[in-house]
Design a protein around this ligand. Structure first.
Ligand SMILES: [Zn+2]
Ligand SMILES: [Zn+2]
Length: 369
């Protein structure tokens, strides 16, 4: 594995002397010390890398070993020509960097993502939610600019000449992100003391998210400019809120309609009458026609999802005849046995009667042969 470019990390040229390396390390360490920025993971990583870089570059023996290993990395076996894959590993995105454009000085702020969990009623009928989280927003002291109030204008980074990249010499010349300006090409002469020039700070943030009636599950609400602030005049990122809908016990959405699967006792399915049905607006008593079949779909008009033109879908009620499991010796079982015999006698199950008649005809024919 290629070792990190310690010169780029400290933002010093390859021929920097010991004093220069020490100064550079002090600067990066001050800007990223974990004691000063306990919640900033980027700072921790920068501090760790800078310390590693300093440990190697400040020791002449380690530095010379590091320098030679960068020219002829351990990974290449020079007795064989490197394969294409090896070359790609070694050169990384070299080609992209060489032919790519210069880095933009203005950097757009990062987007922030948030998942908002709501009920089905919240999205179908519309609702407003206050979300609150700890996230990175514009620093209050410098208003996201990174410049100490009253401080001087930022300048082009002297280490990389504004490109944000430094060329690291040797046989395998490649470009790395400039450690002095962190790839920005610009540096603050007077960095804000609260955010050390980054323009962002972690703080408690809170927003109102309005879901219009009919909002789709999984959809995304974008609050423009509420992400992390940009740097050096770059645009702020967005806050992207993904809408997660918790499942409803009885209702599910199908386009503009809502569908409820409603259990009905076999007796009620035969007799008809009122059944309780949950809707997104509350419970209703629904009229069940006598003799309804399991799987039948009934319709409650205008109880579905509202559309933007003032209309509204329907609620479909799927009848699910719940077959009882009857314990031996129970009164229900006794009555059902009696019912079974009575239904056969009275011929109230015409389809079933037809099946029985077909079977009898079949058996009669077999005996006749
Ligand atoms: Zn600030
Ligand atoms: Zn630079």
């Amino acid at each position: 594995m290629a070792r990190p470019d310690y010169y780029a990390i400290l933002g010093v040229p390859r021929d920097a002397d010991a004093a220069e390396i020490k100064r550079a390390y002090r600067r990066v360490a001050l800007e990223s010390h974990p004691d000063r920025f306990p919640d900033d993971d980027d700072a921790h990583e920068r501090f760790r890398l800078a310390s590693e870089a300093y440990e190697v570059l400040s020791d002449p023996a380690k530095r010379s070993r590091y320098d030679s290993s960068r020219i002829i990395p351990d990974a290449i076996d020079l007795t064989r020509p490197p394969s294409v894959a090896t070359a790609r590993d070694l050169f990384g995105n070299l080609f992209g960097d060489v032919f790519g454009s210069r880095r933009a000085k203005r950097r757009k702020g990062r987007d922030i993502r948030y998942t908002l969990s709501v009920t089905l009623a919240d999205v179908v009928l519309g609702s407003t939610h206050t979300i609150s989280f700890e996230g990175r927003g514009a620093c209050e002291r410098c208003e996201g600019s990174g410049r100490e109030p009253g401080g001087r204008e930022p300048i082009e980074c002297p280490n990389c000449g504004g490109s944000g990249e430094v060329k690291t010499g040797g046989l395998l010349s490649r470009r790395s992100r400039c450690g002095r300006c962190d790839g920005m090409g610009m540096i603050q002469q007077d960095p804000c003391t609260a955010c050390r020039g980054r323009g962002v700070r972690k703080r408690q943030r809170s927003f109102d998210v309005r879901l219009p009636p009919g909002t789709e599950a999984g959809s995304e609400k974008i609050l423009r400019g509420e992400g992390e602030p940009g740097r050096f005049g770059g645009e702020a990122g967005n806050l992207r809120v993904t809408i997660n809908v918790r499942p409803h016990r009885w209702l599910r959405r199908e386009g503009m309609n809502l569908v409820a699967r409603i259990p009905v006792p076999i007796s009620r399915a035969a007799l008809g009458g009122k059944i309780p049905v949950p809707t997104i607006d509350g419970w209703v008593d629904m009229d069940l026609p006598a003799g309804v079949a399991s799987g039948a779909k009934l319709r409650l008009r205008g109880k579905g999802v509202p559309d933007s033109r003032g209309g509204r879908g329907d609620q479909l009620v799927e009848i699910h005849v719940e077959t009882p499991k009857l314990p031996e010796g129970s009164r229900s079982r006794e009555l059902l046995l009696e019912l079974d015999r009575a239904m056969a006698r009275e011929g109230v199950l015409p389809e079933h009667a037809e099946l029985v008649a077909a079977l009898e005809a079949h058996e009669a024919q077999r005996e006749g042969n």
